[in-house]
Design a protein. Sequence first.
Length: 380
Amino acid sequence: MNHSKTDLMHLFLGEVEPDALFQSKLLRACGGIHALWEMSEDEFLTKTVEVLHPETAMELYAKRDVGFLSGKLDRYEQAGIGILYPEHPAYPAQLLTIHDPPELLYYKGNPDILNRHERCIGIVGAREADTYGREIATYFASNLSRRDVLIVSGLAKGIDGAAHTGCLAADGDTVAVLGTGIDIPSPRENLRLYFEIEERGLLLSEYPPGYPGGIYTFPRRNRIISGISHGVFVVQARERSGSLITADLALEQGRQVYALPGRAGDDRSVGCNRLIKQGALLVTTPDDIMEDLFGVSAMEKRRTEEVPADTHRKNNLAPLEKKVYSCVGLDPVSVDDIIRACKIGVTGAISILYRLEQSGLVKQVRRGWYIITDIAEAIK
């Protein structure tokens, strides 16, 4: 298959260590991507002497072969993998505003969504998030995506996965930025989500196929999450959390940082509460972000306004059903909690919770533990 010279040039650059700063240094030494591609071997070895070991430079130059690079692109295309670079029309324009944008990105899925939206939010947070955190991330992502906001996260378990899931549930566009090679789903818990995003959204990585993740690759990818976004929303973060790295990078890049407040003394909320003390905007509803970042009033009529829960079903609940329903919120409550709070028997509590669950008003997050489904009501 014939490939453009531009694709081949940038793929050749990808043969060196996948580090944007190092690749930029190499380009500066050679005088740019076109000069890198056109220069003779002697000139290449001379120009790169302060950047590459001579033996490494010779090995790299040997790969500047149209047949070799075309064959690699053919294999990528067969695996559903494409490449993006700063001159590519699908390369995220917002990412070019940071000081170390990736010189080469690998993708799976639809790259057109990167520049389809005028609004983009990164949602990150704790891997070991609790039910409350996951539900909030899901709700915010779903609500914002209905307002034509692109949702970006890192496919990690916990908050990241919940944000992607909420976006997809609302038929929105989501981008997952990986800290591994584009063909390595990580973590394994989100394997199904990885393939769903590949089909309905976009997987993105600066690491080539087969490249394993390391202790430095995941923090490095965080700058891409914040770089693509106009703002970053942190939902639960421990004191030493990768989410705080993303927040710091966002501030360095001139992005707004938002944080969900949490309980004092809650390990999962220490990071968010600290961000708020340091100047991050405290948010409790998606409207807070829309108003602050995009100037969209909460009262503005939106064609994508989220459909509210069926208030008719709530209004027609029997008195004891209303009492049980009022005991359920975003923090999981057990059947025993309901029995004590409502002073009813086991059979009665289980029967009412079953009816509420069948009506879609509550859901069971684990055996015998329930939360409300109308999150908008719960966070009023």
